[in-house]
Ligand binder design. Structure first.
Ligand SMILES: Cc1cc2ncn([C@H]3O[C@H](COP(=O)(O)O)[C@@H](O)[C@H]3O)c2cc1C
Ligand SMILES: O=C(O)c1cccnc1
Length: 362
């Protein structure tokens, strides 16, 4: 059933209610998964990092052997005022065109998801020219973060709550959710927001994004510094900073992450832009952290920094920098393969394997 957080209370109360409804994953089920694995017809832990992931998912799902999970790739889209400064390889109107391609099932993410298989869901959270369903849209792009706040704090809260409604209305059926985004220019606000949230120099967080040249990267650094100078007096509050420096798809993904955690879904993060949404979500609700899985480390330098801050090692490192949920879509296959091997491998006893030899004393 859909959640309509706009039905009761004010925005702040509704956001607080969402956060307080999130419980951390249950470690008992993680331990049960570990114990169960020792009985299987393979050495315990032999799938390495994937086995550790399986135990985490057992704790998330409150199920010692969840098996492969129905999966969906979500792509939220919005435009960014700062992109008018030429910070991206493409013009802002390209965002809507790329989302239209996703809607038509012909974008790279659709083909990656098809192989998993996973369904693809998408929503316009604030494009300059609207695409498809308008239920979750906040406005026609954000303001230029060098000149003014990207959005008001209430718009940021509304975008988070719309992300929550979107989970209820469009992602309710799948327990495995890949979180993606499209927004021409969005690596610039992401670098600014990450820099301010982590108290780090922006130089290490600005990269070539969609593939801009070295001169444009240098210009992006100046733009991020200007934006950070402008917001000096904004307090260290995640929602205020999200409003000052973020984007509608970033705020929407904060809501997607929180609502997915509330529903005990596995949240597979894509790249740099979804990682900053995860950092905001965790600052708002530390219990949400246990639901996050980092699909990959993109080639954007700030992504490494954000993953370290989230303490979430990536499953893959393929120098990808495509965004639109593509890295997360790719990782879903890996996650479900690991869950299948964990749940479906027979027990050692049932196939006549003796228990492992005790280690031989040296
Ligand atoms: C055609 C096109 C399709 C994309 N799909 C995802 N991104 C990725 O690149 C954008 C961020 O990089 P920047 O800050 O340099 O614009 C986001 O839309 C992201 O999802 C794309 C970028 C482009 C140009
Ligand atoms: O890290 C990402 O997801 C990324 C990097 C570059 C461009 N778009 C997205």
């Amino acid at each position: 059933m859909g959640e309509r957080p706009d039905a009761i209370g004010d925005l702040e109360d509704r956001l607080a209610a969402l956060c307080s409804a999130i419980d951390p994953p249950d470690p008992v089920h993680g331990r049960l998964s570990r114990v169960r694995q020792r009985t299987l017809a393979r050495p315990a832990g032999s799938l390495g990092t994937l086995d550790a992931l399986v135990h985490r998912i057992a704790a998330i799902r409150r199920d010692p052997a969840p098996g492969p999970l129905p999966a969906v790739v979500s792509v939220l889209a919005a435009d960014h005022g700062v992109a008018a400064r030429g910070t991206s390889l493409f013009h802002p109107e390209v965002t809507a065109r790329v989302l239209t391609l996703v809607a038509a099932g012909r974008a790279p993410v659709n083909f990656l998801a098809e192989r998993v298989p996973a369904r693809v869901s998408y929503a316009d959270f604030g494009l300059l020219s609207s695409v498809g369903d308008q239920r979750f849209r906040i406005a026609s792009g954000t303001a230029d973060i060098c000149l003014q706040d990207a959005m008001t704090p209430d718009q940021a809260r509304q975008a988070i709550l719309n992300g929550c409604s979107y989970v209820g209305e469009c992602l309710a059926d799948e327990p495995l959710v890949a979180v993606g985004e499209i927004g021409v220019g969005n690596t610039t606000p992401t670098a600014a927001l990450a820099s301010r949230l982590l108290g780090l120099d922006p130089s290490d967080l600005v990269g070539s994004g969609s593939g801009v040249d070295a001169a444009t990267v240098e210009r992006k650094r100046h733009i991020v510094r200007d934006a950070l100078t402008r917001v000096r007096a904004v307090p260290d509050d995640p929602v205020r900073l999200l409003a000052a420096l973020g984007g509608f798809e970033i705020a929407g993904n904060v809501g997607v992450i929180l609502a997915a955690a509330k529903r005990r879904k596995v949240v597979v993060l894509d790249g740099f832009i979804t990682a900053v949404a995860a950092l905001v979500a965790v600052r708002l609700c530390p219990a949400a952290r246990g639901y996050l899985v980092a699909a990959h480390r993109s080639s954007e330098p700030g992504h490494r920094v954000l993953l370290a801050a989230l303490d979430e090692p990536p499953l893959l490192s393929l120098d990808m920098h495509l965004g639109m949920g593509s890295g997360a879509a790719l990782a879903l296959g890996l996650v479900n393969a690991a869950l299948a091997a964990a749940a479906l491998t027979p027990s050692a006893r049932s196939v006549g394997l003796s228990s492992p030899r005790s280690p031989v004393a040296p």
